[in-house]
Design a protein around this ligand. Structure first.
Ligand code: DAH
Length: 339
């Protein structure tokens, strides 16, 4: 029995000291010390020993057990130290490696100008109104005093979804939509996408952006329109900017004007940007037509108003000297980053 115990001890110690992992170590513990383990089996057989031998073998058995337990505990400790070392090596971080720079996006020049204009007009008490890009013929044309077969429709040919639903060709329908639901005083701007059935070239795109403005209240005059546009022009193009009204026709305003600003590149002397004119056309404007007011449920005897509309691409191209509208839609970061 002594030999059996010594053999068990030798075997156990050898296996425990070999190159094993946690799971194998636990398997060894069960194999030697477990309830059905080899050592337990030996102890069970002690009943057959003589009374003299029993305490001697019992003591040896206890020593063997203690030694195996100690070896297992030591091995466990060793394995956990090794595991920690491996973990530290695996997770090693070289803080001296140069970082990788995250690329941050850049605002599109059209967005920059739109934000600029919004700031200027909000500073004058305007709020921002939005309207749908898929629009009824009614709001895009009829409510703006452009009935069927009116020649103004030819210059704003657009994309039709059905006979009565189209992609809006201007932001002006937001005027009608606003007046239908809001009573004066009204003071809104409305930037957004518009569509026209135009072929793409350096100055045309089937999709572009406009910004509409509308003011309706008692006693609004063309003087208010002029003063407000002058304030806007100075804020956007510089303190020295002057504005000029030229008579024009829009169906939804009466009287109507095209508005020029003095050339901000040459100050009005004439240069390449203004094509020698000294003036640059910047927007359309006028006093809201009484028909439009009454179609939208506002009494033209009591209220008057002015409206204006400008092309965001046009303003942006002028401001940043961009000579091809297609650049805006190519999404080339090398272009966008320049502004
Ligand atoms: N909607 C016009 C266009 O697309 C621009 C315009 C002109 C808007 C005069 C206005 C305005 O509000 O009063 O050509």
């Amino acid at each position: 029995m002594k030999e059996t115990l010594n053999r068990i001890k030798a075997e156990a110690l050898e296996q425990i000291s070999s190159d094993i992992d946690d799971a194998s170590l636990e398997a060894l513990r069960v194999k030697y010390l477990g309830k059905k383990g080899e050592l337990t089996a030996v102890l069970r057989g002690m009943g057959q020993l003589s009374p003299e031998e029993r305490p001697i073998v019992g003591q040896i058995a206890n020593e063997v057990r203690a030694e195996i337990e100690a070896a297992i505990t030591a091995k466990k400790q060793e394995l956990s130290v090794k595991a920690l070392e491996n973990k530290l090596i695996a997770e090693k971080l070289d803080v001296t490696v140069p970082g990788t720079k995250k690329k941050v996006g850049h605002r599109h020049p059209l967005t920059l100008v739109q934000r600029d204009l919004e700031d200027i007009f909000m500073g004058m008490g305007f709020s921002i109104a939005e309207g749908p890009e898929v629009e009824y013929d009614y709001y895009n044309f009829k409510a703006l005093n452009i009935p069927e077969n009116h020649p103004a429709r030819d210059t704003q040919d657009t994309f039709y979804i059905t006979e009565n639903i189209l992609l809006r060709s201007q932001t002006s329908p937001v005027q009608a939509r606003t007046m239908e639901v809001q009573k004066p005083p009204i003071r809104i701007i409305s930037p957004g996408r518009v569509y026209r059935s135009d072929a793409m070239d350096a100055t045309h795109s089937p999709l572009f952006h406009q910004m509409e403005g509308l003011v309706v209240d008692e006693g609004i005059t063309m003087g208010d329109l002029k003063g407000m546009l002058e304030t806007f022009a100075k804020a956007e193009f510089g303190e020295d900017t002057r504005i000029r009204f030229r008579p024009h026709h829009f169906p939804f305003t009466e009287p109507s004007a095209e508005v020029d600003i003095s050339c901000f590149a040459c100050g009005g002397k004439g240069c390449r940007l203004c094509k020698g004119e000294g003036w640059i056309e910047i927007l359309g404007a006028g006093m809201v037509h009484p028909n439009v007011l009454s179609m939208c449920g506002i009494d033209p005897e009591k209220y008057s108003g002015f409206a204006f509309g400008l092309g965001l691409e046009r303003v942006t191209m002028l401001k940043y000297h961009i000579d091809d509208i297609r650049m805006f839609y190519e999404n080339d970061i090398r272009f966008i980053e320049q502004f």
